[in-house]
Design a protein around this ligand. Sequence first.
Ligand code: 87F
Length: 510
Amino acid sequence: MAGGEAKKASTNASNRKKKEVKKETGLGLSSKKDENFGEWYSEIVVSGELIEYYDISGCYILRPWTMSIWEIMQAFFDAEIKKMKIKNCYFPLFVSPGVLQKEKDHIEGFAPEVAWVTKSGQSDLDVPIAIRPTSETVMYPYFSKWIRGHRDLPLKLNQWCNVVRWEFSNPTPFIRSREFLWQEGHTAFAAKEEADKEVLEILELYRRIYEDYLAIPVIKGKKSEHEKFAGGLYTTSVEAFIPHTGRGIQGATSHCLGQNFAKMFEIDFENDKGEKAMVWQNSWAYSTRTIGVMVMVHGDDKGLVLPPKIAAVQVIVIPVPYKDADTKGIFDACDDTVKALNESGFRAEADFRDNYSPGWKYSHWEMKGVPLRIEIGPKDLANDQVRAVRRDNSAKCDIPRASLVEQVKDMLDDIQQSLFDVAKQNRDACVQVAKTWDEFMEALNNKKMILAPWCDEEEVEKDVKARTKGEIGAAKTLCSPFDQPALDEGTLCFASGKPAKKWTYWGRSY
Ligand code: 87F
């Protein structure tokens, strides 16, 4: 164990001790989001019961609370790509070294991150086997086999799987882990226009995952030549921003691969004129990183804050019995409330555990981020009402049981919308336009996401990286937004002073 890891393990152990105590008292998180964001994040993902740390650095146990979020996003995306006639498949986890190294440009920079199996039991394998870091090289030999004529096109496949990338920079649950879950789509078309169209359709689905499900605003745009996937033609992405750290984060990518892989893997076909032609390919992915972005954007000092659309439990019903009160009546009212909500399609549960107090349960479900809490006590029973408490803003209100379902629906819709609105306000407040180098540096030091006019030259981007290199990482391009503000005639690049070609977002990033 390296020194840093050992220290972390012992800190983890002492944190666990602290937490056991907290569990009894319901005290919550020991770090504050504003004061120590890193510690806050490491703590909240465990206390919110999303993950458990594991004894291999960079690997995390995804607990049911995580998987239910993942499954909801998965159900949405899977149904949408099926509408696009994309089919699911599953290719093996292992890659033979010859195939892996076939596409040189593609693998070059990534080689150090590839994990290998070199033994079975005590004996060395004759040929070591790689574990997929992504599946281009796994799949494309079979694309070559399966695609013969234009009637075999388009070929549109997707797989839900895990991948392994042996990262060395500091691992962070969900954000940078050595194994993660994702979907990877790989498609092949006869014409470039078809590929171009799909790139944007998929990107729109990624926007919807972030904005409509996770309530996180994103920017759609194109990656620079320097930041694009080297094996492809161009890369589009959705970019999110974490105001607390002032870092951008790539939310998902949709690449047009052009014909690079088709050439390498000889994926050709006979077109409708009887000529030999090369396919046009795309690949696209989003991963469990989405969940980390959601935690960072919405979480607070009381714990997770889950948007209703992705919460496994949208409404938690808690009985509040009181000395001589009609406990059975209260419990029955809780049962009826859950039943009514479930029947109307809401994910609601009651917490009837008798070894925890109502107060403890409030903190517990707040920590887990459940969007709405319903409390039922003697007074509520007598008035035929329930008390509802919002997780996002702590607002409380009494709801007559007769209008329970309608009002819960309205409140959940409102929470979903208001989480997005607040996140967008916070994000927008971090966007700074910079037209000169001085303005750029000032904005960067103020943890902003910078929109700057740029000459779009790779050398200049490298130069900006070099000039901003420091302890907390260099600035780079995040994307050039599709939604381009007007660029006045004669506008100059903030970094090179040459004529600017486009507006581009810059910042530090994950
Ligand atoms: C790490 C090791 C080996 C990223 C890697 O984005 C190879 C790679 O190819 C690698 N890390 N990449 C780029 C992945 C490109 C592309 N693959 C399919 C996607 C979407 C899904």
